[in-house]
Design a protein around this ligand. Structure first.
Ligand code: ACO
Length: 402
């Protein structure tokens, strides 16, 4: 395939493939998806087994280093991350510079971008010990940055990390706790968030991961590349869909809960009306992550808040769509984002913050892909071609004659 691609380019032929629907931009050993069968594996391990038996930190290790860690490796990895959770004090000033009601996604991407100004040892992407350090710094600091983005948006004081806690517990405490007040982490909430992070941890060449790889292919450092990935994730057709789903469910609720009426609007292709959380470029079957989330949503919501009316609307919406020819013909099924927002909401996160949670989960996947890309001898700078549709050559007209 690679040789054929080169040959075609030499002869002047260009593949026209908007959205890269059928273009392989990399070879990768990280995640495997069979979209027709609804299969997802990280490094060969089925997502169902990882969701049931593993933890987010272990999955992060697996994605980045290729194998499940031994006990000693996991202990060392965890300890390294715990030692790097603090932010440089000057970095905090960034958070005061943004408007109070700023969306937390651009706040997060800006803060991550700023990391390369604080850690200038990260600038050379081929300096392996420093790539290792940047990896640990990112895994450790992104939850702190995310919690600070939240605290600023609600006008509350920032909390230093408590490194006696695990990564997810620490994040929950920094987000919802107050300085000098004890904060009991709810183990059910921590478990639910850990599970959601596992399910989001990688998904091969999606829009944000491809962005990370593309930016990294110019040999930009890890922080710059991940910051770009966060911006790509922001869009409602990608990570922003989890917030959009909740807005949609609340809209249906406010409109009297008429699910059939909403589905008709979707089918009529009303401008800006889509069934958010449905459809996927690769899955033409039920997204295996959505299946896991749906089966745990009831349980988690029951424990956390005693159920949720919006969950009933979501289930009705799914049922209606899955028995409708429009969705059947187009093979549109719920994706990972369809049920996650309900859980995030029950955990106490505002809708605007949901995509930040996706970013926290996706981080190890982005890092793994960036490292795979930078170490792959086949990597070239990403530089697509185009089909030119503009004017043929024409002569400049002086302004007085236009
Ligand atoms: N609601 C209604 N119709 C849809 C939906 C949807 N959610 N998704 C796709 N369709 C329709 C399209 O209108 C199109 O119909 P047509 O053939 O009559 O023109 C057909 O299904 C094919 O859809 P495409 O847009 O060509 O599919 P593509 O692979 O480009 O898009 C995407 C995939 C972006 C995920 C799309 O399904 C979508 O917009 N879904 C809603 C947003 C969403 O949930 N995004 C999260 C994706 S998962 C993730 O990033 C974590």
């Amino acid at each position: 395939g690679i040789e054929l691609g080169k040959l075609l380019a030499q002869t002047g032929y260009i593949t026209y493939d908007p959205g890269f629907v059928n273009t392989g931009a990399a070879s990768s050993a990280i995640a495997y998806i069979d979209g027709d069968a609804g299969i997802l594996r990280y490094r060969g391990y089925p997502i169902e087994q990882l969701a049931e038996k593993s933890t987010f930190i272990e999955v992060s290790y697996l994605l980045i280093y290729g194998e499940l860690p031994t006990q000693a490796q996991l202990a060392e990895f965890t300890e390294k991350i715990q030692r790097h959770t603090l932010l440089h004090e000057d970095l905090k000033a960034f958070f005061s510079g943004f408007p109070r009601d700023a969306h937390p996604m651009p706040v997060l991407s800006s803060a991550v971008s700023a990391l390369s100004t604080f850690y200038q040892d990260s600038l050379n992407p081929f300096d392996e010990p420093n790539v290792e350090l940047s990896t640990v710094r990112l895994l450790a600091k992104l939850p702190t940055l995310a919690a600070y983005a939240y605290k600023k948006s609600v006008g509350q004081p920032l909390l230093y990390p408590d490194n006696s806690l695990g990564l997810v517990e620490n994040f929950l405490r920094m987000t919802f706790g107050f300085p000098a007040e004890p904060y009991e982490v709810d183990p059910e909430a921590a478990k639910a968030l850990d599970l959601l992070f596992i399910l989001h941890a990688d998904h091969e060449q999606n829009c944000s991961t491809s962005t990370v790889r593309l930016v990294g292919s110019s040999e930009a450092n890890l922080f710059a590349s991940i910051s770009a990935g966060i911006n790509a994730l922001f869009g409602p057709l990608h990570g922003g869909a989890n917030s959009a789903v909740l807005d949609m469910l609340e809209g249906i609720q406010a409109d009297g809960g008429d699910v059939a009426k909403f589905v008709e609007r979707v089918k009529n292709k009303e401008k800006g009306v889509k069934l958010m959380g449905f459809g996927h470029r690769v899955y033409k079957n039920y997204d295996p992550r959505a299946k896991i989330i749906k089966s745990t949503a009831d349980e988690i919501l029951g424990k956390l808040k005693g159920g949720d009316q919006l969950l009933d609307i979501a289930k009705k919406l799914e049922e209606t769509a899955l028995s409708d020819d429009y969705f059947i013909e187009r093979k549109l099924y719920p994706n990972v984002d369809f049920y996650t927002g309900l859980i995030y909401r029950a955990l106490g996160f505002p809708t605007k913050f949901f995509t930040v949670l996706f970013a926290l989960g996706r981080l190890p996947g982005w890092i793994a892909h960036w490292r795979e890309m930078i170490n792959d001898p086949a990597t070239k700078i990403g530089r697509p071609r185009q089909i030119y549709t503009g004017h043929a050559e024409r002569d400049y007209t002086p302004i007085a004659e236009r």
